[in-house]
Design a protein around this ligand. Structure first.
Ligand code: T4K
Length: 402
């Protein structure tokens, strides 16, 4: 049997429905429709409606920051935050992130300078940031990847000493803490994503959170075309507003947030038990003393020990209707326009390239049952065992060295 045939354990796939990574968590439909009815009755659907105001107040209270400015999605939120903070020239970012982090800069003709990551946390490695700072550098945009906060102390120290603006891409880290302080209060500003695929969603949506009064005022203006009142435009702006339907979903999701986190935590725990002691396979760990949302179940597969490359495991799972994802392969620096602009970037990103080659993200959330997880883990175990047996057979059939 070849390794490619491993994907075909039986005639029919293990799941008769696709099991997606990124399946939305949906709270009380009754509550959502009530809120939506209210908006329809009021005839106020967007442009700073009461649901958006309430959502922003609840998010800023929950996170413990002075200002929450809701935005139509996190990509536009990053763009607005970058512009309001007057970044230009070069900005240091990880390449191991969703491409939106880099695009938010490139879109504004700011050069993203890709920095390598820490092999354990997968977040920007502060030790590598300093060497990339040039006279053109104006800021750093680290990403709290997989909901685990970056080394915020080291990054704050570099930013302070080198006079750089620090904006966190916190798309993965809503509801998380570092040393007991909620993510949202670090750096000059942080940006959350409330996209459908995040554990907490507003369909599409995001927010800029900050304790900086001036920055908050500026992003509010920019989110609404630069209007400071009727007929009075005081700056360049865009349309980054969240609508009432999205805020209704956000308010509904907030009421179920604790349940979403608990479901994700339980799922992760079960994955951990079911994948224990599997050679070459490591599940990402989380600091249990801190608040986490556990929204990504991240598997690192080391081919040299597992005898099976991550892509084979992916193919095997896909054939069984498990739509796992290899986030964030191949890294932004290997996507356009960056791979043309910076063809040699990979040579400075050895950790990124290695991690991007090993990561597999598995389904979790309220739509995944314990039985689903046991079956998924069984498939992974079986694939790795069969591959190991095959390699052993191959080695045994090799001629003995003379
Ligand atoms: N920074 C970081 C670090 C991010 O991860 C992201 C977004 C951003 C910034 C930008 O945030 P936003 O501007 O999006 O607010 C998905 C999401 O679209 C994206 O929001 C997310 N990160 C990224 C990690 O994942 P794709 O290209 O993988 O999307 P797609 O369409 O392939 O869907 C992903 C999975 O989710 C599929 O298995 C299908 C499933 N899905 C998706 C949707 C939309 C559902 O089951 N139901 C749904 O409604 O980017």
């Amino acid at each position: 049997m070849s390794i490619n045939q491993l994907a075909l354990f039986g005639g029919r796939p293990a799941f008769d429905r696709p099991l997606h990574v990124g399946r939305p968590n949906i709270g009380s439909r009754k509550r959502f429709f009530e809120l939506l009815e209210g908006a329809l009755d009021r005839g106020w659907l967007t442009n700073s409606g009461p649901l958006v105001d309430e959502f922003e107040k609840k998010v800023s209270d929950y996170v413990g920051v002075k200002h929450c400015v809701s935005i139509c999605n996190a990509t536009i939120a990053l763009e607005i935050a970058i512009r309001a903070a007057k970044l230009d020239g070069e900005v240091i970012v990880p390449s191991f992130t969703f491409v939106a982090t880099a695009h938010a800069l490139q879109w504004q003709r700011i050069t993203p300078v890709f920095c390598d990551i820490d092999p354990v946390t997968h977040c920007l490695d502060p030790a590598r940031v300093e060497a990339l700072i040039t006279p053109r550098t104006t800021g750093i945009i680290p990403v709290h990847l997989w909901s685990r906060p970056c080394n915020v102390e080291a990054l704050a120290e570099i930013a302070r000493r080198r006079n750089l603006t620090l904006i966190y891409d916190a798309a993965h880290a809503f509801g998380c803490s570092h040393n007991g302080k909620m993510v949202g209060g670090f750096g000059n500003a942080e940006v959350f994503s409330f996209h459908a695929t995040k554990f907490f969603n507003t369909f599409e949506g995001g927010a800029i959170v900050t304790n900086d009064d001036r920055l908050a005022a500026d992003v509010r203006l920019m989110r609404n075309f630069g209007f400071s009142g009727y007929d009075n435009v005081v700056s360049v702006g865009t349309n980054g507003k969240m609508c009432e339907a999205a805020a209704a979903m956000g308010l509904t999701s907030l009421e179920s947030l604790a349940q979403f986190v608990e479901t994700n935590r339980r799922n992760l725990e079960l994955y951990r038990r079911c994948l224990a002691r599997l050679p070459g396979v490591r599940l990402l760990t989380f600091d249990e003393d801190e608040r986490r949302n556990y929204q990504y179940v991240v598997l690192e597969i080391d081919e040299s020990t597992a005898d099976l490359h991550r892509d084979k495991v992916l193919a095997l799972l896909q054939a069984e209707n498990v739509l796992a994802r290899r986030y964030f392969w191949p890294g932004c620096h290997r996507m356009e326009p960056y791979k043309t602009l910076f063809p040699n970037a990979g040579s400075l990103l050895p950790v990124t390239e290695g991690v991007a080659d090993r990561i597999l993200v598995l389904p979790t959330g309220t739509g995944v049952t314990s039985q689903d997880i046991e079956t998924i883990c069984g498939l992974i175990r079986k694939g790795i065992k069969q591959s190991g047996d095959l390699r052993t057979l191959q080695r045994a059939s090799e001629p003995l060295p003379r």
